[in-house]
Design a protein around this ligand. Structure first.
Ligand SMILES: O=C(O)CCC(=O)C(=O)O
Ligand SMILES: [Fe+2]
Length: 339
């Protein structure tokens, strides 16, 4: 038997479910669109249905493997998310001099301006941001002094959206803890958790490949819960694979694990490195609840995660000091906390 025969026989003998269509190529010149059978989809962060009885386990796995996931059936009203998106577009579409009335002062965390994380990076970001804590009533009065109706609509929508997204955040934190056999009671401060509510805007960019909406970063928070509607832009980094888009899924909300949750879990839950890219044809808006402990509460690895073999990886820190450290050291802030 010559070698050619040997090879032929090995194909013939191989049990195979491959049919005729896998031998004859497509008629490429006559294809108008790529059929589903040819579309290669990159794996992305898991999508978890919160009404699934297995949700807690799936969340635990997603936290360890990815540090990010999307949730469906999350309890935040779709109508409210759409209204908040509309209000966000309205706000960012105001003339610059009107938005500047609510410019964030250097020592404040709330108001309009460049994203807070801009200070970690040497170049300006192609984005703007408006951050609230509780009611934005004072800022709304400055934005629309003669239009009380606009003030009321903006505040009602922002407050309600913040409230519902915060409730979701707390539910997800609880599920994360439960996935490890813990409860909210293990977080002594759990009834005093606080959040910022932030609107992000990434205007159309003439040369998207030369600019960045948000540079690669991890969030300082425990958890960031983000709604991104229908425009792509968010990407997460996975070792070996590289940057992966987090596709907008109608109705879904994105959960990103921040540095403080990574510290609490003694490194078991990943803090996800992510960025936002810009595009040429669409103005993208996203909004998020940035959730964390009371500013002065010391956060350190929970004892459940530490033992002789796994000593605490990080020294205790409070959110306030950690934000300060992040502004100084950027993405290296965690290294400065290592034991
Ligand atoms: O707009 C996005 O998709 C990402 C926003 C983000 O990373 C942040 O607000 O920290
Ligand atoms: Fe972020």
């Amino acid at each position: 038997m010559n070698s050619n025969n040997l090879i032929t026989n090995s194909y013939k003998n191989k049990p195979s479910s491959l049919g005729h269509s896998h031998i004859v190529p497509l008629d490429f010149t006559n294809m108008v669109t790529v059929p589903d059978s040819h579309e290669w989809v990159t794996e992305s962060v898991p999508v978890i249905d919160l009404s699934d009885p297995n949700a807690k386990t799936l969340i635990g796995e997603a936290c360890e493997k990815w540090g990010a996931f999307q949730v469906m059936n999350h309890g935040v009203s779709m109508e409210l998310l759409n209204q908040a998106e509309l209000e966000a577009f309205r706000f960012f579409s105001l003339p610059a001099n009107q938005k500047l009335r609510v410019l964030r002062s250097p020592e404040s965390i709330i108001g309009y301006g460049v994203p807070r994380i801009s200070s970690y990076f040497p170049k300006l970001l192609w984005s703007e941001n408006f951050t609230m804590m509780g009611s934005p009533i004072d800022h709304a009065a400055q934005l629309w002094p003669d239009q009380p109706h606009k003030q009321t609509t903006f505040c009602d929508v922002m407050e309600e959206c913040q409230k519902e997204m915060k409730a979701l955040t707390e539910r997800v934190v609880e599920l994360m803890l439960e996935s490890l056999g813990l409860t909210m009671e293990d977080l002594k401060w759990h009834s005093r958790g606080q959040c910022l509510f932030t609107l992000n805007s990434y205007p159309m960019c003439p040369e998207p490949e030369r600019a960045m909406g948000l540079c690669p970063h991890t969030d300082t928070s425990l958890l960031t819960v983000l709604y991104q509607s229908s425009c792509t832009g968010l990407q997460v980094f996975q070792d070996v694979i590289g940057w992966i888009p987090v596709p907008p899924i109608p109705g879904a909300i994105v959960i990103n694990i921040g540095d403080l949750m990574h510290i609490l879990s003694n490194g078991r839950f990943k803090n996800i490195l992510h960025r936002a890219v810009v595009n040429k044809t669409r103005h993208r808006v996203s909004f998020a609840v940035i959730y964390g402990p009371p500013s002065d509460e010391m956060i350190s690895p929970l004892t459940k995660f530490t033992n002789d073999e796994h000593p605490p990886l990080y020294r205790p820190v409070n959110w306030k000091d950690y934000i300060y450290s992040k502004a100084l050291h950027g993405n290296k802030a965690l290294l400065h906390l290592m034991n």
